[in-house]
Design a protein around this ligand. Sequence first.
Ligand code: PLP
Length: 291
Amino acid sequence: GVIWYDGKLVPWRDATTHVLTHTLHYGMGVFEGVRAYKAEQGTAIFRLQEHTDRLFRSAHILGMKLPFDKDTISEAQRTVVRENGLESGYLRPMAFLGSEAMGISAKNLSVHVIVAAWPWGTYLGQEALERGIRVKTSSFSRHHVNVTMCKAKANGNYMNSILAHKEAETDGYDEALLLDVDGFVAEGSGENVFIIRNGKLITPDLTSALEGITRDTLIQLAAEIGLPLVEKRITRDEVYSADEAFFTGTAAEVTPIRELDNRAIGEGTRGPITTRLQAMYFDCVHGRAAA
Ligand code: PLP
């Protein structure tokens, strides 16, 4: 396969960087996770423009200036899908600082951009989509007050996500739920979270969670079926006592949560509203008109 690297297509094995790459040491970089789906009209990259916009927004938050414009980066994503002959798959645009100097005070570093793509099925498995997953509240928290903040999809923000996910898996769960520093529910290690109670869809406001593009899609789908939406701070016990709960993310798509901290949520299965929204989501990404 090929990877788009600073404007050129290079063979996969040659898309390398120096060990003194600044971002490798200090985590000052930004990335996206994007999916391409097989649609009736051919392969379609789901909400490409929004992902490109968020990449640039993340870079702006970190004070990184990307040496390409948005159209070029969007086109690079289309090219990578096409050149790798992918019908569907996952895309990874990333921007990082070069290896000209070390140290946190290094100035005038070059900025590089890559776009890679590969085939990728469900993130947490087909069974997770159908039956739901078991989740553990993490001992690692989401810090809305740290320097990179949570609106940037920044390399350096993922230390906590990795630690949280690993902790959950080691303890026998499928995924972690991170609280913010005040103890309110923030998000999963790479997903936004929703609960449903008494016919209302409730999701944490974005104070301490990434502005998920899948989250936004679900909000639109809920509006289509007249499901009222509430964005507010939610507590752990509100999740325990919800009728239904689910995660959203480009990777996790719409994944029902059947249990949090060994407490069944609702019937402990994929709930009826979750089932409906999930079906609408898959229709949407595959470019099918909703039933
Ligand atoms: N929260 C975090 C921390 C993430 O990394 C992601 C994944 O991109 C999400 C939420 C979900 O965002 P999106 O739906 O845009 O993929």
